[in-house]
Design a protein around this ligand. Structure first.
Ligand code: ZN
Length: 295
């Protein structure tokens, strides 16, 4: 597949969590280790960022403006990107110094889902995936998670997809859009070790999953109904972390990457590692859902 471009050469330590802001026609993403929220405007190519005092795992835009942030120790609200400071909105009872928030995304009804992972060298399986509704109360939905990552919803089929990275699998749940409840977990995609570790993902309008592979240097499109590989996008950075559809037609896939832990030699071979990439596809993605506050 051709046409991959380096949209923003920011050399992030741990670029993650791309999300297209439909009202601004801009792409936001985070550098978890760099403690930054980035904004890329494709209209003029400009890149701006805001740096925080603690790590930021994910940011989702809110209806009415601002962002909800999954930060190191809790959920924060950021009123205005680049201008205000994040304010703590909720801290789950289970969180402690050995855990931090990682990936997160809004479901089709505008609830924020974000999960935790072991921070540093603690034991695995200590994380939790939370659902945060308009009341900002984190509800534990999946426990025993090691590295909470990719999330996607197929609204038509009422399915939620979830990746706990070390399992090397994409799991599916029946998803109730009214209540936000999930049930009947099953594995739908098994990722071969030689392809890398499954990290972030997104879904297209055909219900197929686009999964970024940490250590694999690619994004792979899978059919969750059969588990088979459909397409592969090679990226000139081994640590592919996540992807999201954006652009005015929702047919541009943005891919985040990392450079953390790479050797000098490896970084010479992949100078754009840590950058934000973009490729136009022949399929459209499911549009971003904004976080919905209580009226
Ligand atoms: Zn991730």
């Amino acid at each position: 597949m051709n046409g991959l471009v380096l949209a923003a050469d920011v050399k992030a330590q741990l670029g993650e969590g791309p999300v297209w802001h439909p009202e601004e026609q801009a792409l936001y993403w985070v550098d978890i280790d760099g403690k930054r929220l980035y904004r890329y405007d494709p209209a003029d190519g400009s890149v701006t960022h805001q740096t925080f005092g603690i790590k930021i795992g994910a940011a989702v835009p809110c209806r009415g403006g601002g962002f909800l942030l999954a930060m190191q120790d809790g959920i924060y609200r950021l009123r205005t990107f680049g201008e205000s400071e994040p304010k703590l909105a909720a801290r789950p009872a289970e969180i402690h110094g050995g855990l931090r928030f990682n990936d997160g995304k809004c479901d089709p009804q505008g609830r924020f889902w974000a999960g935790t992972m072991t921070h540093g060298s603690g034991p695995s399986g200590q994380g939790t995936l939370y659902r945060i509704g308009s009341d900002l109360e984190p509800v534990p939905m999946v426990r025993g998670v090691s590295i909470s990552n990719g999330l996607a919803w197929d609204a038509a089929r009422r399915i939620m997809y979830f990746i706990d990275t070390p399992t090397q699998k994409v799991a599916a749940y029946d998803y109730d859009p009214e209540t936000g409840d999930i049930a009947n977990r099953r594995d739908v995609v098994h990722i071969a070790k030689e392809d890398g570790a499954p990290d972030g993902m997104c879904i297209d309008e055909e219900g197929k999953l686009w999964v970024a592979h940490w250590g694999g240097g690619h994004v792979i499109r899978y059919d969750p109904a059969t588990g088979e590989k459909l397409e592969r996008i090679a990226v000139p950075a081994a640590l592919c972390t996540s992807c999201a559809f954006g652009g005015p037609e929702w047919d541009e896939l943005y891919i985040t990457t990392a450079r953390v832990g790479r050797t000098e030699e490896q970084l010479v071979a992949e100078p754009a590692a840590g950058g934000l990439f973009r490729i136009r596809l022949s399929v459209r993605g499911v549009p971003t859902t904004l976080f919905e506050f209580e009226e």
